[in-house]
Design a protein around this ligand. Structure first.
Ligand SMILES: [Zn+2]
Length: 435
């Protein structure tokens, strides 16, 4: 099953499977950009930018901004920015993680963002992320390594129904402190838990256990992405929220300079925990990169501000598809469906940054791209989630549209969506970049 319009979905699943953590998502994005001729810039060095040039910047290994400068004046096209996030809800391994729990070596984890905890039970889980290691050849004597245990390593087993008779009525509930530590191994007298875990991690990172300094480790699923349905018309994978949008933004970035303006893809870590960090969307990463592009192209302060005022941001994040099992959780007039095209998200309280001008602009872009468009509104009697859209709109004074593809089971360990939507989202983002 390889119709042209599901090739994009195939490519997305491969990207997700190779990106079990935000650090991997950025490393794979960087590798893709290198292959397309984008040149890496370092934030702690001066930049030399040229019209028509393509560049990318990485902040702390898990946020990335890529941009291609148009051949014409920046003052004509402005910045056309697509923003998305590299992180997904789940668990992060604690520093003093390994400990004895009954007959087992268990791993303590913190809850990261708002995962559907029960969806992590009984899955073939593993660990992936970044470890910091002693490296005398690196600045400050510290280096980093990406690690991904490419096999089931840890587990969060259910309790048998015979001991949890109400589970189907009450739902699966965990005590956040006592019942989330992951099962890693049988307890061994020769190898204390901490030593066992550090040994595993050091081996995976290819360093001596003594050289391991710290880690940022996500709990990841090992099941590869899949097409499902009679025609393979749907997809399932972890992290569709929001690697699907990162993937579409990267794919849409032009391979040749736009006529004017600058095409920017900004992928941020830490959205699921509020974005307020050094590399999150509320930090100064995007602001700093845009300002340096402006000064690198010779704009003075007044010209730069006029360019910002003529710019647009597409905040790309996933949308809630209509679930016929829960019809009353949707607004009847704003049901959105998988495989029926990009969704524009609207919220009067500005949890989504779209206004009527942005809605009209996005409708025109979808028309230009030849794809249908859907409109989403959250029910009045349910609290609405937010995106990076309002944060960046407020911080930078950017006109903003909140858009994304429809999906089911947002924040589950195994999310699902439509196989035809990735191609449609990519097409409309490419139209946006083209101006
Ligand atoms: Zn999201």
């Amino acid at each position: 099953m390889e119709e042209p319009d599901t090739q994009r979905a195939q490519d997305l699943l491969a990207y997700i499977d190779a990106s079990p953590s935000p650090w991997h998502a950025v490393a794979n994005a960087a590798a893709q950009l290198e292959g397309r001729g984008y040149r890496r810039l370092a934030e702690d060095e001066p930049w030399q930018l040229e019209p028509g040039g393509a560049y990318y910047v990485v902040r702390d290994d898990s946020s990335l901004i890529a941009f291609r400068i148009g051949k014409g004046a920046l003052t004509r096209g402005g910045f056309r920015i697509v923003g998305a996030h590299t992180d997904s809800p789940g668990f992060r391994v604690k520093p003093n993680a390994a400990h004895a729990k009954g007959p087992l070596t268990a791993l303590g984890v913190e809850i990261y963002g708002g995962p559907i905890l029960a969806s992590f039970a009984d899955r073939d889980l593993t660990l992936a992320g970044r470890v910091m290691v002693r490296d005398d050849s690196a600045p400050g004597g510290l280096g980093s390594r990406l690690v991904h245990f490419d096999r089931p390593l840890v587990r969060l087993p259910n309790l048998a129904i015979h001991m949890n008779r109400e589970v189907n009525k009450e739902g699966l509930k965990f005590d956040y402190q006592d019942q989330l530590p992951l099962f890693l191994a049988a307890l061994s007298e020769e190898l204390p838990p901490e030593e066992r875990f550090r040994g595993l991690l050091a081996e995976q990172a290819g360093v001596a256990a003594d050289d391991l300094r710290s880690w940022g480790l996500a709990v990841a699923d090992t099941q590869p992405g899949a097409f499902w349905g009679p025609e393979g018309e749907f997809i399932a994978d972890s992290q569709l929220d929001n690697l699907a949008s990162c993937h579409a933004a990267l794919a849409a970035l032009p391979d040749e300079g736009p006529e004017a303006g600058v095409a920017v893809a900004a992928l941020f870590d830490h959205e699921e925990v509020g974005s307020e960090s050094y590399k999150g969307a509320s930090g100064n990463f995007l602001e700093s990169v845009l300002a340096r592009i402006g000064s690198g192209l010779g704009l003075d302060g007044d010209q730069y501000r006029s360019v910002l005022a003529s710019s647009w941001l597409v905040s790309a994040d996933m949308a809630h598809a209509y679930h016929p099992g829960w019809p009353r959780h949707h607004d009847d007039q704003h049901q959105v469906r998988v495989n029926e095209g990009p969704v524009i998200k609207i919220n009067a309280a500005q949890r989504y940054a779209t206004d009527d001008r942005g809605e009209a602009y996005f409708a025109r872009l979808c028309e230009d791209a030849g794809v249908p468009m859907q409109r989403y509104i959250h029910r009045n009697d349910l609290p609405c989630g937010a995106t990076i859209g309002p944060l960046l709109a407020a911080r930078l004074g950017l006109r903003t549209m909140d858009v994304g593809s429809a999906m089911w089971a947002m924040h589950s360990a195994r999310e699902s969506a439509g196989a035809r939507d990735p191609a449609m989202l990519m097409r409309v983002l490419a139209c946006f970049y083209a101006g």
